[in-house]
Design a protein around this ligand. Structure first.
Ligand code: F6P
Length: 552
């Protein structure tokens, strides 16, 4: 039966018509226990979902939808390693990478836990040698700079986590992340670095990604300019990949190739050897805490009843807005400077997973799937795009992530930060009525004519939904849990939309066309083989390039 005609969906549609006009102010006024009832905990992470346009009935119907779509069954299939990534015939087992209780994890009937542990130990050993300056460059100097070359899942997770956990990182090493083929990026990154003391990690699950391979080749050339002999490269090049043969063919010592597996999706891979930059930065012990946090979230997701299950709640509330209120975007608003790459990280996690329009049976869906995710550090966003969140025509549900304590313990700063986070969520929910606006303007001493003039602009509709995650500190364990909660939210939404969240065929076409166009650009002859816009742009580029050659 098509999803939109299914009993749970139809019931939700009817319920939406009944409550779409209901204001959250009324819901809070009616129920003094709304906060304790609509909050859930995982360790010291408090998930407040009370500022949402949901009643008990809404939640009941959303849980019906989850059950109708067999979220619990799919969840088991994922954890058990069934090939739920059906278009690539692969299991989805990033959870195995952080399994802390040693329960066997079968892939094609083979327990992979020992293999995971072995690879993790190798990674820890390497990180230890770099951190303790016993890994030496070709000229005998210790490593001072580590450059991770990778893109997408081989970049965003390690970058986001190392930034988020800065207070836990060694000060003896500098980490750099290189993901763009624009030569500005490699030139800026290498500025001030010395080949003798620089180590490159070429991180690519496929080891074929053009961007990464091009940067890796340029890095190798840069090394070779200073270091004599191919052999010296082995001290400066490491690979992390599921395609070790390609890494070895590239010239990386087989001993320095770290494995990942095809049952770990790129955007879910920071828990694997792809996390090497994280381990180098924060050390094995903190990395284990990160894994432990994720594992706690996995257990919660697998064991908690749907009604108390945070990723399930996150997913269902998202679906409520996307599919019934027509929301098309979601804002991620961390109130912690160190989480400044979280929105970019979640953008790939969510949009590459659920930006699909073909269901599991190959049919085009007739309902909305993954939203546009965007975000920014809360305070910065407040002075940039929150205007639209408060008074724009679009409803943009938002997640606020707020630590109760920062690391430097400058209470003055942190209290101001807290006050802002709490105030924004309150303002988005409450809004400001006409009466309140008039009263305020009178208190400001404005005359009645000016009040009438300004009134429409100073009213806020409110009723704008937010979830708030409030936690003690952004430590490795908490971060691990938060990331895993989002991963599972994405999974649940994919199940309900009946799409495969673990492939990414949509990235293929652009890559293919880019390689065709690159050949044409290399030939340098004007083209007529594309549409007039693409032809025109290529030919104008060639003209500009020619002009530059003539000028030089
Ligand atoms: O082009 C998208 C993508 O395939 C992502 O899914 C992936 O995370 C990224 O490219 C990098 O891929 P790889 O790790 O194979 O270089």
């Amino acid at each position: 039966m098509p999803l939109v005609e299914s009993p749970a969906w139809v019931a939700l549609q009817a319920h939406y018509e009944q409550i779409r006009g209901l204001h959250m102010r009324e819901l809070f006024a009616e129920d003094p226990d709304r906060f304790p009832r609509l909050t859930a905990r995982l360790g010291d992470i408090l998930f407040d979902y009370s500022k949402n346009r949901v009643t008990d009935k809404t939640l009941e119907l959303l849980f019906d939808l989850a059950r109708q779509c067999d979220v619990e069954g799919w969840r088991e299939r994922m954890f058990r390693g069934e090939p739920i990534n059906h278009t690539e015939h692969r299991p989805v087992l990033h959870t195995a990478l952080r399994n802390m209780d040693g329960t066997p994890c079968l892939v094609d009937g083979k327990d992979v836990t020992a293999e995971i542990r072995r690879e993790r130990e190798r990674m820890f050993d390497l990180a230890h040698r770099i951190r303790s300056c016993t890994w030496l460059g070709a000229t005998g100097e210790p490593i001072t700079d580590v450059v991770n070359i990778g893109v997408g899942g081989s970049h965003l997770g390690p970058e986001m986590v190392t930034q988020a956990l800065r207070p836990y990182a060694t000060r003896k090493l500098r980490l750099h992340f290189l993901n763009n083929i624009d030569e500005n990026h490699i030139c800026n990154t290498l500025e001030g670095l010395r080949p003798e003391t620089t180590l490159f990690i070429v991180a690519s699950k496929s080891f074929t990604t053009q961007d990464t391979m091009l940067n890796a080749e340029s890095a190798r050339e840069w090394l070779m300019q200073c270091l004599a002999g191919e052999d010296s490269l082995r001290h400066h090049l490491i690979a992390v990949t599921a395609n070790p043969e390609a890494a070895v063919a590239f010239g990386i010592d087989p001993q320095h190739v770290f494995r990942m597996w095809d049952w770990v999706g790129g955007r879910y891979s920071l828990w694997s050897s792809i996390g090497l930059p994280i381990v180098i930065a924060i050390g094995p012990e903190h990395f284990m805490h990160l894994l432990e946090g994720a594992w706690l979230a996995d257990r919660h997701f697998r064991e908690a009843p749907l009604e108390r299950n945070i990723p399930v709640l996150m997913a269902l509330i998202g679906i409520w807005y996307i599919n019934f209120f027509g929301a098309r975007s979601i804002a991620i608003l961390p109130y912690d400077q160190n989480l400044h790459r979280l929105p970019a990280y979640l953008q790939q996690a969510d949009m590459e997973s659920n930006g699909k329009s073909c269901d599991r049976e190959g049919r085009e869906v007739d309902y909305h799937t993954g939203p546009v995710l965007f975000g920014e550090i809360g305070i910065a966003g407040q002075h940039a795009f929150y205007q639209l969140l408060h008074q724009g025509t679009a409803m943009v549900p938002a997640d606020l992530l707020v630590p109760a304590r920062n690391f430097r313990c400058i209470a003055r700063h942190h209290r101001a930060l807290m006050a802002n986070a709490l105030a924004q969520a309150e303002a988005l929910m409450r809004g400001r009525t006409e009466e309140e606006a008039i009263e305020e303007m009178r208190a400001e001493g404005l005359d009645e004519e000016r009040i009438r003039e300004l009134l429409p602009y100073r009213v806020f509709p409110g009723n704008r939904p937010t979830n708030t995650f409030l936690f003690h500190t952004l430590d490795p364990k908490t971060l691990g849990s938060l990331i895993a909660l989002y991963e599972h939210k994405i999974f649940v939404q994919g199940v309900i939309w009946n799409i495969n969240s673990f492939d990414q065929w949509g990235v293929e076409l652009g890559k293919k066309l880019a390689s065709n166009i690159l050949e044409e650009l290399n030939e340098g002859v004007p083209v007529q083989s594309h549409d007039s816009s693409t032809n025109g742009l290529i030919n104008y580029y060639l003209e500009l390039r020619q002009r530059q050659v003539e000028r030089a």
